[in-house]
Ligand binder design. Structure first.
Ligand code: CAP
Ligand code: MG
Length: 422
């Protein structure tokens, strides 16, 4: 079936349809031709009619272009087009060849409305926000964490020492950076054992539950091995670079985690290659996918930090991954996430203690605020940097401004002066 006959602007989507909202910029054709081509190539069609096509196939598996408003096109795909529980296949359909078609100048997935027939075939988060708050015994306030810096180069012993200082200073969480895995200068096994030892020491000294998020990113069998190693040595979390390792690897790790029971922290390094600009898939749509695949925590941007991601977009993503009932608005489709638990939004990237009030103002208290340079760059070093970050959270929780609170909290005062109160 060539790229024709998919447009039906009177079609009312069925509750089992998977609906994709595309931003389509045609290349020297009109939007109707472009929309037809996207619908065809993402489902059962190709560039020309084929003798092997059967009426039955066209009738039961054809998607419907049911809305065209300027460059915004909505396509409803019958659920039976897809293999349940196979995210790679679903995306190879609705986010596959179509991005390379000459007939399009730009193409972006703005959002995907997942029908229950598909949602029910995915695990969703194991812990989610309630499980994490229970594990850390932190019922209300935002969690505060750091990323060990420099990103790479520290020895495993120094890494563990810096982690200890961050925990004792006030961090709940310490994570590996996205590109630290098992390098010769910082071997995974030595780092895990030593850092978990330091975590225990910090817990004893502070009386608080502390978290270490080791980066298990690797080929999937190796990731399984590393995750089991973490579990064996008393770890509670694993961090996965979910974009570079891939959707299927994440599904495998989520499955493996049924036995391991670790919290999955999803770092999104490389996402901007897909989510920025007019090509690819929005971070909003990616965030929904990662919620379905079962991450417990996900980086979503900060609004105020060093990475791109505007206020409305980041707030929409936070809402989409943390709420059960989503009210429709502009490009946000109505949704009931049902049994799929809420994912903890992670704000990281260029943050320092002076940003904390703004992040909480925009994104609420169900956030994990992470600072790398914003803690290890404190003039008095990591421990005081972590103290300043925790003092900033405490200030907001007590209804005080950072400036006011800094008058009686020296670590915060120095941080605000050094980084500037933005
Ligand atoms: C932050 C960070 C995170 C980014 C990821 C970094 O360090 O460790 O990976 O936040 O960006 O390597 O840049 P800083 P995002 O606190 O020193 O900036 O959360 O947007 O995916
Ligand atoms: Mg990083």
């Amino acid at each position: 079936m060539s790229y024709e006959g998919f447009i039906d602007l009177h079609y009312k989507p069925d509750k089992d349809d998977l609906i994709v909202e595309f931003y389509i910029e045609p290349n020297r054709v009109d939007i109707y031709k472009a929309a037809n081509a996207v619908a065809g190539e993402s489902s059962i069609g190709t560039w020309t009619d084929v003798k092997t096509m059967e009426k039955r196939i066209a009738k039961t598996l054809s998607p419907k272009v049911f809305s065209i408003k300027g460059p915004h096109v909505k396509i409803a795909y019958p659920c039976r087009l897809f293999e349940r529980g196979n995210m790679a296949e679903i995306l190879s359909s609705v986010a596959g060849n179509i991005f390379g078609m000459k007939i399009l100048r730009n193409l972006k997935i703005i959002g995907i409305d997942w029908p229950n027939c598909i949602i029910n075939s995915f695990e969703g988060p194991k812990f989610g926000i309630p499980g994490i708050r229970k594990l850390l015994k932190i019922p209300k306030r935002p969690l505060v964490g750091t990323i060990i810096k420099p990103k790479l180069g520290l020895t495993w012993k120094k890494h563990a020492q810096v982690a200890y200082e961050a925990w004792v200073g006030g961090c709940d969480i310490v994570k590996d950076d996205e590109n630290l895995t098992n390098q010769t200068f910082n071997p995974f096994d030595k780092r895990i054992i030593e850092t978990l030892k330091m975590r225990k020491r910090a817990e004893k000294e502070t009386g608080e539950v502390k978290v270490y998020m080791p980066n298990v990113t690797a080929e999937v069998d190796e990731m399984k091995k590393r995750a089991r190693f973490v579990k064996k040595h008393g770890g509670r979390y694993m961090m996965i670079d979910v974009v570079t390792t891939g959707f299927s690897a994440l599904q495998t790790m989520r499955d493996e985690n049924k036995k391991l029971n670790l919290v999955i922290h999803a770092h999104r390094a490389m996402h901007a290659a897909l989510t920025r600009g007019k090509m690819g898939i929005s971070m909003f749509a990616l965030a929904e996918i990662y919620r379905l695949l079962g991450v417990d925590q996900l980086h979503i941007g900060t609004i105020v930090g060093k990475m791109e991601g505007g206020k409305e977009e980041v707030m929409d993503i936070r809402n989409e991954i943390e709420s059960t009932f989503i009210k429709p608005k502009k490009h946000v489709l109505e949704r009931n996430w049902g049994r799929i638990k809420p994912v903890f939004a992670v704000c990281s990237g260029g943050l320092h203690p002076g940003h904390v009030d703004k992040v909480i103002k925009y994104l609420g208290k169900d956030v994990i605020i992470q600072m790398g340079g914003g803690i290890h760059g404190h003039p008095l070093g990591t421990l005081q940097g972590a103290t300043a970050a925790r003092e900033a959270i405490d200030a907001v929780m007590k209804g005080k401004t950072l400036k006011e609170y800094a008058k009686t909290h020296i670590a915060l005062k120095i941080a605000l002066k050094h980084f500037g109160k933005k």
